[in-house]
Design a protein around this ligand. Sequence first.
Ligand SMILES: NC(=O)C1=CN([C@@H]2O[C@H](COP(=O)(O)OP(=O)(O)OC[C@H]3O[C@@H](n4cnc5c(N)ncnc54)[C@H](O)[C@@H]3O)[C@@H](O)[C@H]2O)C=CC1
Ligand SMILES: C[C@@H](CO)CCC[C@@H](C)[C@H]1CC[C@H]2[C@@H]3[C@H](O)CC4=CC(=O)CC[C@]4(C)[C@H]3CC[C@]12C
Length: 369
Amino acid sequence: MAESAEAPKLVYLVTGGCGFLGEHVVRMLLEREPRLRELRVFDLHLSPWLEELKTGPVQVTAIQGDVTQAHEVAAAVSGAHVVIHTAGLVDVFGRASPETIHKVNVQGTQNVIEACVQMGTRLLVYTSSMEVVGPNIKGHPFYRGNEDTPYEAVHKHPYPHSKAQAERLVLEANGRKVHGGLPLVTCALRPTGIYGEGHQIMRDFYHQGLRLGGRLFRAIPASVEHGRVYVGNVAWMHVLVARELEQRAALMGGQVYFCYDKSPYKSYEDFNMEFLGPCGLRLVGTRPLLPYWLLVLLAALNALLQWLLRPLLLYAPLLNPYTLAVANTTFTVSTNKAQRHFGYEPLFSWEESRTRTILWVQGMEASAQ
Ligand SMILES: NC(=O)C1=CN([C@@H]2O[C@H](COP(=O)(O)OP(=O)(O)OC[C@H]3O[C@@H](n4cnc5c(N)ncnc54)[C@H](O)[C@@H]3O)[C@@H](O)[C@H]2O)C=CC1
Ligand SMILES: C[C@@H](CO)CCC[C@@H](C)[C@H]1CC[C@H]2[C@@H]3[C@H](O)CC4=CC(=O)CC[C@]4(C)[C@H]3CC[C@]12C
Protein backbone atom coordinates (compact mmCIF):
# COMPACT_ATOMS: atom_id res chain seq x y z
CA MET A 1 0.00 0.00 0.00
CA ALA A 2 1.47 3.34 -1.01
CA GLU A 3 -0.09 5.16 1.91
CA SER A 4 1.59 3.02 4.58
CA ALA A 5 4.99 3.80 3.03
CA GLU A 6 4.40 7.53 3.61
CA ALA A 7 5.64 9.20 6.79
CA PRO A 8 2.99 8.85 9.51
CA LYS A 9 1.21 12.14 9.92
CA LEU A 10 -2.10 11.69 11.68
CA VAL A 11 -2.99 12.73 15.21
CA TYR A 12 -5.72 10.70 16.90
CA LEU A 13 -7.49 11.46 20.15
CA VAL A 14 -9.22 8.67 22.09
CA THR A 15 -11.43 9.89 24.92
CA GLY A 16 -11.98 7.33 27.67
CA GLY A 17 -8.79 5.69 26.41
CA CYS A 18 -8.07 4.06 29.77
CA GLY A 19 -11.42 2.30 30.03
CA PHE A 20 -12.25 -1.32 29.17
CA LEU A 21 -12.97 -0.62 25.49
CA GLY A 22 -10.73 2.46 25.31
CA GLU A 23 -7.60 0.48 26.18
CA HIS A 24 -8.32 -1.99 23.36
CA VAL A 25 -8.91 0.87 20.92
CA VAL A 26 -5.63 2.51 21.94
CA ARG A 27 -3.64 -0.72 21.55
CA MET A 28 -5.36 -1.56 18.27
CA LEU A 29 -4.55 1.86 16.81
CA LEU A 30 -0.89 1.43 17.73
CA GLU A 31 -0.83 -2.01 16.11
CA ARG A 32 -2.94 -1.39 13.03
CA GLU A 33 -2.92 2.28 12.03
CA PRO A 34 0.30 2.90 10.12
CA ARG A 35 -0.58 6.54 9.43
CA LEU A 36 -0.50 7.39 13.13
CA ARG A 37 2.01 10.01 14.26
CA GLU A 38 0.59 10.92 17.66
CA LEU A 39 -1.99 9.20 19.82
CA ARG A 40 -3.60 11.27 22.54
CA VAL A 41 -5.23 9.32 25.33
CA PHE A 42 -7.70 11.44 27.28
CA ASP A 43 -9.29 10.12 30.47
CA LEU A 44 -10.46 11.18 33.89
CA HIS A 45 -8.14 8.55 35.38
CA LEU A 46 -4.90 7.69 33.61
CA SER A 47 -3.72 4.08 33.84
CA PRO A 48 -0.12 3.03 34.59
CA TRP A 49 0.06 0.79 31.45
CA LEU A 50 0.16 3.95 29.33
CA GLU A 51 3.79 4.39 30.35
CA GLU A 52 4.93 1.26 28.52
CA LEU A 53 3.29 2.51 25.30
CA LYS A 54 5.36 5.67 25.35
CA THR A 55 8.51 3.84 24.30
CA GLY A 56 7.21 2.89 20.83
CA PRO A 57 7.60 4.77 17.53
CA VAL A 58 4.27 6.62 17.84
CA GLN A 59 4.11 9.55 20.22
CA VAL A 60 1.62 8.62 22.96
CA THR A 61 0.38 11.62 24.90
CA ALA A 62 -1.53 10.97 28.12
CA ILE A 63 -4.02 13.70 28.99
CA GLN A 64 -5.78 13.63 32.31
CA GLY A 65 -9.04 15.48 31.71
CA ASP A 66 -12.78 15.59 32.10
CA VAL A 67 -15.14 15.60 29.10
CA THR A 68 -17.58 17.76 31.05
CA GLN A 69 -14.99 20.57 31.01
CA ALA A 70 -15.25 22.19 27.57
CA HIS A 71 -11.87 23.92 27.78
CA GLU A 72 -10.05 20.67 28.64
CA VAL A 73 -11.69 18.90 25.72
CA ALA A 74 -10.90 21.76 23.32
CA ALA A 75 -7.22 21.73 24.35
CA ALA A 76 -7.01 17.96 23.79
CA VAL A 77 -8.76 18.15 20.39
CA SER A 78 -6.65 21.03 19.10
CA GLY A 79 -4.55 19.74 16.18
CA ALA A 80 -6.15 16.26 16.15
CA HIS A 81 -7.30 14.83 12.79
CA VAL A 82 -9.60 12.19 14.25
CA VAL A 83 -11.49 11.91 17.53
CA ILE A 84 -12.74 8.56 18.81
CA HIS A 85 -15.10 9.38 21.66
CA THR A 86 -15.52 6.33 23.89
CA ALA A 87 -15.58 8.12 27.25
CA GLY A 88 -18.81 7.63 29.08
CA LEU A 89 -20.39 6.86 32.39
CA VAL A 90 -21.55 3.26 32.09
CA ASP A 91 -23.92 2.91 34.99
CA VAL A 92 -27.07 0.83 35.08
CA PHE A 93 -26.69 0.02 38.78
CA GLY A 94 -27.61 3.37 40.32
CA ARG A 95 -24.08 4.27 41.39
CA ALA A 96 -24.19 7.75 39.87
CA SER A 97 -27.07 10.22 39.83
CA PRO A 98 -29.10 10.70 36.62
CA GLU A 99 -27.73 14.27 36.50
CA THR A 100 -24.13 13.04 36.53
CA ILE A 101 -24.85 10.45 33.85
CA HIS A 102 -26.41 13.16 31.70
CA LYS A 103 -23.55 15.55 32.30
CA VAL A 104 -20.85 13.06 31.30
CA ASN A 105 -22.64 11.28 28.46
CA VAL A 106 -24.63 14.11 26.88
CA GLN A 107 -22.88 17.34 27.86
CA GLY A 108 -19.51 15.61 27.48
CA THR A 109 -20.40 14.55 23.95
CA GLN A 110 -21.65 18.04 23.11
CA ASN A 111 -18.30 19.39 24.32
CA VAL A 112 -16.46 16.97 22.04
CA ILE A 113 -18.56 18.05 19.04
CA GLU A 114 -18.06 21.75 19.77
CA ALA A 115 -14.33 21.20 20.21
CA CYS A 116 -14.14 19.52 16.79
CA VAL A 117 -15.99 22.44 15.20
CA GLN A 118 -13.91 25.06 16.96
CA MET A 119 -10.57 23.35 16.31
CA GLY A 120 -11.21 22.30 12.71
CA THR A 121 -11.18 18.53 13.42
CA ARG A 122 -13.18 16.81 10.70
CA LEU A 123 -13.60 13.19 11.76
CA LEU A 124 -15.55 12.05 14.82
CA VAL A 125 -16.39 8.47 15.75
CA TYR A 126 -18.77 7.99 18.66
CA THR A 127 -19.13 4.84 20.78
CA SER A 128 -22.87 4.54 21.19
CA SER A 129 -24.62 1.37 22.43
CA MET A 130 -27.27 -1.18 21.53
CA GLU A 131 -29.06 0.39 24.50
CA VAL A 132 -30.09 3.39 22.39
CA VAL A 133 -32.42 0.97 20.62
CA GLY A 134 -33.38 -1.40 23.39
CA PRO A 135 -34.50 -3.52 25.09
CA ASN A 136 -37.41 -1.15 25.65
CA ILE A 137 -39.38 -0.88 28.88
CA LYS A 138 -42.13 -3.06 27.39
CA GLY A 139 -39.75 -6.00 27.06
CA HIS A 140 -40.28 -6.37 23.30
CA PRO A 141 -37.78 -8.82 21.81
CA PHE A 142 -35.33 -7.57 19.19
CA TYR A 143 -34.48 -10.81 17.43
CA ARG A 144 -31.54 -10.81 15.00
CA GLY A 145 -32.39 -7.24 14.04
CA ASN A 146 -30.32 -4.80 12.00
CA GLU A 147 -29.87 -1.01 11.84
CA ASP A 148 -33.15 -0.65 9.91
CA THR A 149 -35.33 -2.99 11.95
CA PRO A 150 -38.35 -1.08 13.29
CA TYR A 151 -38.42 -1.15 17.08
CA GLU A 152 -40.20 0.99 19.62
CA ALA A 153 -37.28 2.53 21.51
CA VAL A 154 -38.61 3.87 24.81
CA HIS A 155 -36.09 4.91 27.44
CA LYS A 156 -36.78 5.54 31.09
CA HIS A 157 -33.40 4.66 32.53
CA PRO A 158 -30.81 7.50 32.62
CA TYR A 159 -28.03 5.47 30.93
CA PRO A 160 -29.80 4.45 27.68
CA HIS A 161 -31.58 7.80 27.66
CA SER A 162 -28.25 9.63 27.79
CA LYS A 163 -26.65 7.39 25.14
CA ALA A 164 -29.60 7.97 22.81
CA GLN A 165 -29.43 11.74 23.27
CA ALA A 166 -25.66 11.77 22.75
CA GLU A 167 -25.91 9.61 19.65
CA ARG A 168 -28.50 11.99 18.19
CA LEU A 169 -26.22 14.98 18.84
CA VAL A 170 -23.34 13.23 17.07
CA LEU A 171 -25.42 12.27 14.03
CA GLU A 172 -27.00 15.73 13.77
CA ALA A 173 -23.52 17.27 13.82
CA ASN A 174 -22.58 15.45 10.63
CA GLY A 175 -22.05 18.07 7.91
CA ARG A 176 -21.55 21.03 10.28
CA LYS A 177 -18.81 23.33 9.05
CA VAL A 178 -15.69 23.10 11.20
CA HIS A 179 -13.09 25.86 11.58
CA GLY A 180 -11.55 26.25 8.11
CA GLY A 181 -14.86 25.65 6.34
CA LEU A 182 -14.82 21.89 5.72
CA PRO A 183 -17.70 19.64 6.85
CA LEU A 184 -17.55 17.51 9.99
CA VAL A 185 -18.04 13.80 9.29
CA THR A 186 -19.47 11.75 12.15
CA CYS A 187 -20.79 8.29 12.77
CA ALA A 188 -21.83 6.13 15.70
CA LEU A 189 -20.99 2.54 16.57
CA ARG A 190 -23.45 0.56 18.65
CA PRO A 191 -21.83 -2.38 20.46
CA THR A 192 -24.05 -5.00 22.03
CA GLY A 193 -22.79 -6.38 25.37
CA ILE A 194 -19.00 -6.24 25.08
CA TYR A 195 -16.90 -9.03 26.58
CA GLY A 196 -13.21 -9.86 26.71
CA GLU A 197 -10.06 -9.05 28.65
CA GLY A 198 -10.78 -6.39 31.26
CA HIS A 199 -14.55 -6.88 31.45
CA GLN A 200 -15.54 -5.84 34.97
CA ILE A 201 -18.90 -7.64 35.14
CA MET A 202 -17.28 -10.92 34.03
CA ARG A 203 -14.78 -10.38 36.83
CA ASP A 204 -17.66 -9.85 39.28
CA PHE A 205 -19.44 -13.03 38.16
CA TYR A 206 -16.21 -14.99 38.43
CA HIS A 207 -15.56 -13.87 41.98
CA GLN A 208 -19.20 -14.41 42.93
CA GLY A 209 -18.94 -17.98 41.58
CA LEU A 210 -15.80 -18.61 43.63
CA ARG A 211 -17.53 -17.33 46.76
CA LEU A 212 -20.43 -19.70 46.08
CA GLY A 213 -18.16 -22.73 45.95
CA GLY A 214 -17.63 -22.79 42.19
CA ARG A 215 -21.31 -22.43 41.34
CA LEU A 216 -23.54 -19.83 39.71
CA PHE A 217 -27.29 -20.23 39.74
CA ARG A 218 -29.35 -19.85 36.60
CA ALA A 219 -31.77 -16.95 36.88
CA ILE A 220 -32.67 -16.31 33.22
CA PRO A 221 -34.23 -18.85 30.80
CA ALA A 222 -31.69 -20.26 28.33
CA SER A 223 -34.06 -19.29 25.50
CA VAL A 224 -33.54 -15.53 26.06
CA GLU A 225 -30.80 -14.51 23.62
CA HIS A 226 -28.45 -11.68 24.45
CA GLY A 227 -26.17 -10.07 21.86
CA ARG A 228 -22.46 -10.09 22.73
CA VAL A 229 -19.39 -8.92 20.85
CA TYR A 230 -15.68 -9.36 21.54
CA VAL A 231 -13.85 -6.22 22.67
CA GLY A 232 -11.05 -6.71 20.14
CA ASN A 233 -13.54 -6.71 17.28
CA VAL A 234 -15.30 -3.62 18.66
CA ALA A 235 -11.91 -1.89 18.83
CA TRP A 236 -11.10 -3.03 15.28
CA MET A 237 -14.39 -1.58 14.03
CA HIS A 238 -13.50 1.77 15.59
CA VAL A 239 -10.08 1.75 13.89
CA LEU A 240 -11.56 0.87 10.52
CA VAL A 241 -14.35 3.43 10.72
CA ALA A 242 -11.87 6.13 11.67
CA ARG A 243 -9.67 5.12 8.73
CA GLU A 244 -12.44 5.04 6.12
CA LEU A 245 -14.61 7.94 7.28
CA GLU A 246 -12.91 10.64 5.24
CA GLN A 247 -12.80 8.75 1.92
CA ARG A 248 -16.34 7.46 2.29
CA ALA A 249 -17.88 10.51 3.94
CA ALA A 250 -20.90 10.56 1.65
CA LEU A 251 -21.78 6.96 2.48
CA MET A 252 -20.73 6.73 6.12
CA GLY A 253 -21.34 10.25 7.45
CA GLY A 254 -24.28 10.40 9.87
CA GLN A 255 -24.66 6.60 9.91
CA VAL A 256 -25.01 4.13 12.77
CA TYR A 257 -23.45 0.66 12.79
CA PHE A 258 -24.09 -2.17 15.20
CA CYS A 259 -20.86 -3.85 16.35
CA TYR A 260 -21.01 -7.54 15.60
CA ASP A 261 -18.85 -10.60 15.12
CA LYS A 262 -19.24 -14.36 15.11
CA SER A 263 -19.94 -14.74 18.84
CA PRO A 264 -22.82 -17.20 19.29
CA TYR A 265 -26.33 -16.18 20.26
CA LYS A 266 -26.94 -17.35 23.82
CA SER A 267 -28.50 -16.21 27.05
CA TYR A 268 -26.39 -13.82 29.10
CA GLU A 269 -25.57 -16.51 31.64
CA ASP A 270 -24.88 -19.32 29.17
CA PHE A 271 -22.61 -17.02 27.23
CA ASN A 272 -20.60 -16.15 30.35
CA MET A 273 -20.21 -19.87 31.03
CA GLU A 274 -18.26 -20.20 27.76
CA PHE A 275 -15.43 -18.56 29.72
CA LEU A 276 -16.24 -19.27 33.34
CA GLY A 277 -16.91 -22.98 32.66
CA PRO A 278 -13.32 -23.72 31.57
CA CYS A 279 -12.17 -21.82 34.67
CA GLY A 280 -13.94 -24.26 36.96
CA LEU A 281 -17.36 -22.68 37.52
CA ARG A 282 -20.64 -24.49 36.98
CA LEU A 283 -24.06 -23.01 36.15
CA VAL A 284 -26.61 -24.83 38.27
CA GLY A 285 -30.01 -25.55 36.74
CA THR A 286 -31.25 -26.10 33.22
CA ARG A 287 -34.13 -23.80 34.08
CA PRO A 288 -34.19 -20.71 36.33
CA LEU A 289 -34.05 -21.77 39.95
CA LEU A 290 -36.31 -18.97 41.12
CA PRO A 291 -39.68 -18.09 39.58
CA TYR A 292 -39.58 -14.86 37.60
CA TRP A 293 -42.02 -13.07 39.91
CA LEU A 294 -39.62 -13.67 42.80
CA LEU A 295 -36.72 -12.19 40.84
CA VAL A 296 -38.87 -9.16 40.06
CA LEU A 297 -39.59 -8.85 43.75
CA LEU A 298 -35.92 -9.17 44.71
CA ALA A 299 -34.95 -6.62 42.09
CA ALA A 300 -37.59 -4.21 43.43
CA LEU A 301 -36.36 -4.85 46.97
CA ASN A 302 -32.81 -4.03 45.91
CA ALA A 303 -34.04 -0.77 44.37
CA LEU A 304 -35.88 0.10 47.57
CA LEU A 305 -32.85 -0.72 49.72
CA GLN A 306 -30.66 1.38 47.46
CA TRP A 307 -33.00 4.32 47.95
CA LEU A 308 -33.32 3.85 51.72
CA LEU A 309 -29.59 3.38 52.30
CA ARG A 310 -28.47 6.18 50.00
CA PRO A 311 -27.92 8.71 52.82
CA LEU A 312 -25.67 6.19 54.59
CA LEU A 313 -23.93 4.11 51.94
CA LEU A 314 -23.97 3.13 48.30
CA TYR A 315 -25.84 -0.15 47.79
CA ALA A 316 -25.60 -1.06 44.10
CA PRO A 317 -26.04 -4.81 43.46
CA LEU A 318 -26.06 -6.28 39.93
CA LEU A 319 -29.74 -7.15 40.17
CA ASN A 320 -32.23 -4.30 39.87
CA PRO A 321 -35.44 -3.88 37.87
CA TYR A 322 -33.54 -2.47 34.88
CA THR A 323 -30.75 -5.05 34.68
CA LEU A 324 -33.28 -7.83 35.15
CA ALA A 325 -35.38 -6.48 32.29
CA VAL A 326 -32.32 -6.21 30.01
CA ALA A 327 -31.02 -9.69 30.89
CA ASN A 328 -34.50 -11.16 30.47
CA THR A 329 -35.31 -9.67 27.04
CA THR A 330 -34.01 -11.10 23.81
CA PHE A 331 -31.82 -8.57 22.02
CA THR A 332 -29.61 -9.85 19.21
CA VAL A 333 -28.33 -8.33 16.00
CA SER A 334 -27.72 -9.82 12.60
CA THR A 335 -26.36 -7.35 10.08
CA ASN A 336 -23.62 -6.84 7.52
CA LYS A 337 -23.87 -3.05 7.22
CA ALA A 338 -20.31 -2.50 8.47
CA GLN A 339 -19.01 -4.98 5.92
CA ARG A 340 -20.92 -3.30 3.09
CA HIS A 341 -20.00 0.27 4.06
CA PHE A 342 -16.36 -0.03 5.08
CA GLY A 343 -15.26 -3.59 4.53
CA TYR A 344 -15.35 -4.70 8.16
CA GLU A 345 -14.65 -8.35 8.89
CA PRO A 346 -14.09 -9.47 12.48
CA LEU A 347 -10.36 -9.56 13.22
CA PHE A 348 -10.83 -12.27 15.87
CA SER A 349 -12.74 -15.48 15.24
CA TRP A 350 -15.13 -16.73 17.92
CA GLU A 351 -12.57 -19.39 18.94
CA GLU A 352 -9.85 -16.77 19.33
CA SER A 353 -12.10 -14.38 21.22
CA ARG A 354 -13.12 -17.20 23.53
CA THR A 355 -9.56 -18.39 24.12
CA ARG A 356 -8.27 -14.90 24.84
CA THR A 357 -11.07 -14.27 27.32
CA ILE A 358 -10.55 -17.61 29.06
CA LEU A 359 -6.82 -16.94 29.38
CA TRP A 360 -7.63 -13.59 30.94
CA VAL A 361 -10.02 -15.14 33.48
CA GLN A 362 -7.43 -17.84 34.23
CA GLY A 363 -4.89 -15.07 34.78
CA MET A 364 -7.16 -13.56 37.44
CA GLU A 365 -7.41 -17.00 39.02
CA ALA A 366 -3.62 -17.34 39.13
CA SER A 367 -3.06 -13.85 40.52
CA ALA A 368 -5.66 -14.48 43.26
CA GLN A 369 -3.77 -17.57 44.48
N1 LIG B 1 -19.34 -2.27 28.27
C1 LIG B 1 -20.28 -2.51 27.38
O1 LIG B 1 -20.82 -3.64 27.30
C2 LIG B 1 -20.70 -1.44 26.43
C3 LIG B 1 -20.15 -0.16 26.46
N2 LIG B 1 -20.58 0.78 25.54
C4 LIG B 1 -20.00 2.13 25.51
O2 LIG B 1 -18.61 2.01 25.32
C5 LIG B 1 -17.92 3.09 25.93
C6 LIG B 1 -16.82 2.55 26.82
O3 LIG B 1 -17.42 1.72 27.80
P1 LIG B 1 -16.56 0.77 28.75
O4 LIG B 1 -15.19 0.69 28.24
O5 LIG B 1 -17.34 -0.45 28.98
O6 LIG B 1 -16.61 1.62 30.10
P2 LIG B 1 -15.44 2.01 31.09
O7 LIG B 1 -16.10 2.59 32.29
O8 LIG B 1 -14.51 0.89 31.28
O9 LIG B 1 -14.69 3.15 30.28
C7 LIG B 1 -15.14 4.46 30.22
C8 LIG B 1 -13.94 5.37 30.37
O10 LIG B 1 -14.41 6.71 30.31
C9 LIG B 1 -13.76 7.44 31.32
N3 LIG B 1 -14.56 8.56 31.76
C10 LIG B 1 -15.71 8.53 32.47
N4 LIG B 1 -16.12 9.75 32.72
C11 LIG B 1 -15.25 10.60 32.15
C12 LIG B 1 -15.13 12.00 32.08
N5 LIG B 1 -16.03 12.80 32.68
N6 LIG B 1 -14.11 12.52 31.40
C13 LIG B 1 -13.18 11.73 30.81
N7 LIG B 1 -13.23 10.40 30.86
C14 LIG B 1 -14.25 9.84 31.53
C15 LIG B 1 -13.55 6.47 32.47
O11 LIG B 1 -12.53 6.90 33.35
C16 LIG B 1 -13.22 5.19 31.73
O12 LIG B 1 -11.85 5.03 31.57
C17 LIG B 1 -18.98 3.88 26.70
O13 LIG B 1 -19.30 5.03 25.97
C18 LIG B 1 -20.17 2.93 26.77
O14 LIG B 1 -21.37 3.64 26.81
C19 LIG B 1 -21.49 0.47 24.59
C20 LIG B 1 -22.05 -0.77 24.53
C21 LIG B 1 -21.72 -1.82 25.45
C1 LIG C 1 -30.29 -11.17 36.53
C2 LIG C 1 -28.85 -11.51 36.78
C3 LIG C 1 -28.73 -12.97 37.07
O1 LIG C 1 -27.51 -13.58 36.91
C4 LIG C 1 -27.99 -11.12 35.60
C5 LIG C 1 -27.77 -9.64 35.52
C6 LIG C 1 -26.89 -9.35 34.37
C7 LIG C 1 -26.82 -7.85 34.07
C8 LIG C 1 -25.97 -7.18 35.12
C9 LIG C 1 -26.32 -7.63 32.66
C10 LIG C 1 -27.26 -8.30 31.64
C11 LIG C 1 -27.19 -7.49 30.38
C12 LIG C 1 -26.12 -6.47 30.61
C13 LIG C 1 -26.14 -5.16 29.80
C14 LIG C 1 -26.11 -5.42 28.31
O2 LIG C 1 -25.01 -6.22 27.96
C15 LIG C 1 -26.11 -4.16 27.50
C16 LIG C 1 -25.23 -3.09 27.98
C17 LIG C 1 -24.82 -2.14 27.10
C18 LIG C 1 -24.12 -0.99 27.51
O3 LIG C 1 -23.97 -0.05 26.75
C19 LIG C 1 -23.61 -0.89 28.89
C20 LIG C 1 -23.68 -2.17 29.67
C21 LIG C 1 -25.00 -2.93 29.45
C22 LIG C 1 -26.15 -2.05 29.96
C23 LIG C 1 -24.93 -4.29 30.19
C24 LIG C 1 -24.89 -4.07 31.72
C25 LIG C 1 -25.03 -5.36 32.52
C26 LIG C 1 -26.25 -6.18 32.12
C27 LIG C 1 -27.51 -5.43 32.47
